[in-house]
Design a protein around this ligand. Structure first.
Ligand code: P1T
Length: 380
């Protein structure tokens, strides 16, 4: 099955009792049993729910994974992955990543005894230099949030395998439509389904998919034991969103290219970060690894201050000043003061995340309106 067909049909079948084409929202906390532990596959809704199962089968299909488990948020999914590790285990992570992931790693798991090395993963030698005998996981985020760096999944995953570590990819920015990490050799793929999969800025969720039975057994144990599970309504909304993922993504990417072209020629713009630009340092890799370059971009201003960035963002009329990404509407944000505010200034500047950096999630509005909006906001 090709991707566009899978987005509609993977793992889906009409509901048995009624023939409903879309899975019902099974709004229940528990299930009747014929005798203790004799049931129809569901006993308690923390452990499983048929609406959630439908979503998990769909995401597994899109990522070419055998299994998927859904969570109440993206960080809930990352939290479950980390809890498969033990104190004393070591993780190598990219140093340019979502601020909430960095906060979870350094403020929750480091105090619990998990060790982290944050490296510029676009340079394989930095990954090689960070490996230790106790390295159990390599955490890849690509494209990175917010600098849109591209990490070579195939190379890092193969390095991890050779050293007995698992590799996990946060595939939130690309979505499975543009990039399928398991097919490039990664062991685990993770999503904030809040973003492109849900696609309409109306639901928070997360997912972990893998074909590694032993690892997924540990994840299912986390689902049951720590219980960061999504409600059936949220699963339904995400499922509904996924069915148009390919169409939304195509349109957003098309719009993004127009916005990038405009910003790249603007005198007040210092630099545009977008893997589709021929001068992007990993442009060739992005071309190889991704179906297209995505709908996220960042740009720095010549006046490199949070104040100037704030003025530009406040002046936009169509772009909404908000955290998050991947919805049908275009959003604009300043990572230094918003999504990445929990990263110490010296750490984020070392990673290249400057004060004036503006991050844009391009939606599916009319491209001319989007460009005109940025044009007037930059002029103010
Ligand atoms: O928000 P939540 O569903 O918990 O997902 C966390 C998360 C994980 N990974 C990446 C790459 C992310 O971008 C996010 C959430 N990011 C934002 C809210 C943001 O504006 O960047």
């Amino acid at each position: 099955m090709k991707f566009n067909t899978k987005a509609i049909h993977a793992g889906q079948k009409p509901e048995e009792s009624s023939g409903a084409v879309m899975p019902p929202i099974f709004q229940t906390s528990t299930y009747a049993q014929e005798a203790p532990n004799v049931n129809r596959g569901y006993d308690y809704a923390r452990v499983g729910n048929p609406t959630r199962t439908a979503l998990e089968r769909l995401i597994a299909g899109l990522e070419d994974a055998k299994y998927c488990a859904c969570f109440s948020s993206g960080v809930g999914a990352i939290d479950a992955i980390m809890k498969t590790l033990k104190p004393g285990d070591h993780v190598i992570s990219t140093n340019d990543l979502y601020g909430g992931t960095y906060r979870l790693f350094t403020q929750v798991f480091e105090p619990y005894g998990i060790e982290f090395s944050f490296v510029n993963m676009t340079r394989l030698e930095e990954v090689e230099g960070a490996i230790q005998p106790n390295t159990k996981l390599i955490w890849i985020e690509t494209p990175t949030n917010p600098l849109l760096r591209i990490i070579d999944i195939k190379a890092v995953a193969s390095f991890a395998k050779n050293h007995g570590a698992l590799s996990a990819v946060d595939n939130t920015f690309a979505s499975p439509y543009l990039q399928q990490p398991l097919n490039l050799g990664a062991d685990i793929v993770m999503h904030s389904t809040t973003k492109y999969l849900g696609g309409h800025s109306d639901v928070i969720g997360g997912a972990v998919a893998s074909s590694n039975e032993e690892f997924m057994e540990k994840i299912r144990f986390q689902v049951k034991t720590t219980g960061a599970v999504p409600g059936p309504m949220d699963c339904y909304l995400t499922l509904r969103g996924i069915k148009t993922l390919h169409i939304r993504m195509d349109r957003s990417v098309e719009n993004t290219k127009k916005v990038v072209q405009f910003l790249n020629n603007h005198p007040d713009v210092d630099h545009v970060y977008y893997p589709g630009l021929p001068d992007h340092p990993q442009h060739e890799l992005a071309t190889r690894q991704m179906k297209d370059y995505g709908a996220m971009l960042s740009f720095g201003l010549k006046d490199d201050t949070i104040e100037k960035a704030t003025r530009v963002m406040a002046a936009t009329k169509i772009f909404t000043l908000a955290e998050s990404l991947g919805g049908v509407e275009s959003l604009i944000s300043n990572p230094a003061s918003m999504t990445h505010g929990s990263i110490p200034k010296e750490v984020r500047e070392k990673a290249g995340l400057t004060d004036s950096l503006i991050r844009v999630s391009v939606g599916i509005e009319d491209e001319e309106d989007l460009v005109a909006d940025l044009d007037q906001a930059l002029t103010k």
